[in-house]
Design a protein around this ligand. Structure first.
Ligand code: ATP
Length: 512
């Protein structure tokens, strides 16, 4: 894997806008924040809920083969023994003895500093670090070797990159860590457990140890039998769940991309052991890509990362990650894994309960295999923000061209679907009609009412929070034909529509 280039300025713009307009705040901010935890403000919670609702509607309500579930965050610890999490849910960690910083070894890269064909040492950098920064660090190694005037092999620095997990002891001894003042400060990688522990019940001894779930998937496997026994499911079928997950990430970073408390939207799709899993895997990848496009992500910013067979867990048949071009580089958004019958068989073994299903179609009994599409809500939200953030120039009310910031949210996920404006706030006839329309639309959608300030400024405020449609009540509305002005956020184009046309248009755009 290579360390992708980042767009720090875009990330700063997004983080700034999220705070300024009340989308996302650092958790516990009045106490200086809490690394890896974020709170969603008034607009953020709407965006988040809309993403979850769009997913639920498309994956559960609009399909006949998927059922929903809401299982608990804390479950019997035996579940995590059976799933393998207690023994192996960990990440490789390295410490820097000089800067006292910690890094995930599989996200720390290193490249050789070569001068005249001779390797003088290695420079380590976190993923997303730009070339000028890497070169600056490499120059330190060159200077310490008293070769200040010599040319560094920049090609090797840019292309001969490996993960620090692959470094030998000798290479680590010559390696300059990202914030270290000397070489050789990185420890050997060791495994760091990611599950948060807690205690359940009155006893404080080891028997009370429980875990906050690091994924929602095991709640699905643990309830699979209940759903098979009580529902009318038949193979193939899926169980979907949305819920919080917790991981004590070593290096929470890149805003909400990697946090310690996050939310997942997961499906376990159960199939017959002899089903054409390759075709079904492809079908799921296409379903997932189409869904991402339906909430506003450009098709061209989604790519597929097929995991190499030799890197897969022994039970896994295939995993493909859908990658998205985030501001900090191309990174995993949605993992789609074929996990065979491993999880159900593990739970069958540890619980002693049969996980077999009787399949009417083939008149046979078996433990199904699964395909698991697993998506993070917060990562999706960051992807939606990244795709939506735009700066352009449009004429203001007086015809002067001005810079504007807008969020081009799809109407499906936009926090407010439309804003209603009486042209003037001191004309009761306009205000009365506008308020009536506002109340009517509010019964179906989250809409905004704004009567104060110049109309151009009111449009701008809505553009910046991504409201797709502006509806203005003006004198033509009350004096002529009752039509209103409908303004499009992205093109700023305006047209007159009747109330019936307006509602039909909004229905199609928002609920379609
Ligand atoms: P990564 O390699 O980035 O740590 P992962 O492969 O461990 O991710 P999975 O265990 O497959 O991730 O989790 C499924 C999905 O949950 C991911 O694709 C991502 O969208 C989301 N996710 C996982 N970890 C986090 C996190 N710490 N913060 C936010 N979302 C996360």
């Amino acid at each position: 894997m290579t360390a992708p280039a980042s767009n720090d300025a875009l990330m700063e713009d997004i983080v700034g806008l999220c705070k300024r307009r009340g989308f996302i705040f650092a958790s516990s901010e009045i106490y200086g924040g809490y690394n890896g935890f974020y709170d969603y403000g008034p607009l953020g919670v709407e965006l988040r809920n809309n993403i979850k609702q769009a997913w639920w509607r498309d994956m559960v309500h609009r399909r006949d083969d998927i059922e929903g579930l809401d299982s608990t965050i804390i479950m019997h610890p035996k579940i995590w023994k059976a799933s393998g999490h207690i023994d192996s849910f960990s990440d490789p960690l390295v410490d820097c003895k000089d800067s006292k910083r910690r890094y995930r070894a599989d996200q720390l890269f290193f490249a050789p500093v070569i001068i005249d064909g001779e390797t003088l040492g290695y420079v380590a950098f976190v993923e997303g670090t730009d070339m000028p920064t890497i070169l600056k660090r490499a120059k330190k190694i060159r200077d310490w070797a008293d070769k200040t005037q010599s040319k560094i092999d920049e090609d090797a620095l840019a292309n001969d990159r490996k993960e620090v997990t692959e470094a030998s002891e000798e290479q680590r001894a010559q390696m300059l860590a990202p914030e270290a003042g000397k070489v050789g400060s990185l420890t050997a990688p060791r495994e760091f457990k990611l599950m948060f522990e807690t205690k359940v019940g009155p006893l404080a001894d080891d028997s009370a140890v429980a875990y906050l779930r690091p994924e929602t998937a095991q709640g699905i496997f643990a309830n699979y039998k209940n759903i098979v026994d009580t529902g009318r499911v038949k193979i193939p079928f899926g169980i979907a769940q949305i819920g919080k997950a917790f991981r004590n990430e070593i290096t929470p970073r890149n805003f909400i991309f990697r946090s310690r408390e996050f939310e997942q939207m997961e499906i376990e799709y159960f199939i017959a052991p002899d089903a054409d899993w390759k075709a079904l895997h492809r079908e799921w990848l296409d379903t997932c890509i189409n869904w991402l496009v339906s909430i506003g992500l450009p098709r061209k910013s989604i790519t597929e990362d097929v995991h190499a067979t030799e890197k897969l867990a022994f039970y896994s048949q295939a995993t493909t990650d859908l990658m998205f071009q985030f501001p900090h580089g191309e990174q995993e958004l949605w993992g789609v894994a074929c996990r065979s019958d491993y999880d159900l068989k593990q739970h069958q073994k540890h619980s002693g309960k049969s996980m077999e299903i009787f399949d009417e179609a083939s008149k046979s009994k078996f433990v199904p295999h699964v395909i698991e599409p697993s998506l993070g809500v917060d990562r999706t939200l960051l992807a939606v923000l990244t795709a939506a953030y735009t700066e352009d120039e449009v004429p203001n009310g007086k015809g002067k061209v001005e810079k504007r910031i807008l969020l081009k949210f799809s109407p499906r996920v936009a926090p407010y679907k439309a804003a209603i404006f009486p042209l003037l706030k001191n004309k009761p006839e306009l205000v009365e009609v506008a308020e009536k329309l506002y109340k009517k639309l509010q019964r179906r959608w989250n809409v905004f009412y704004d009567a104060s300030g110049a109309i151009g400024r009111r449009y701008r405020r809505q553009d910046e929070i991504g409201t797709p449609f502006g509806i203005t009540i003006d004198f033509d509305t009350i004096e002529k034909d009752g039509t209103v002005t409908l303004r499009d956020r992205d093109t700023c184009e305006q047209r007159r529509v009747t109330e019936a046309e307006l509602i039909e248009f909004l229905e199609e755009q928002i609920d379609g």
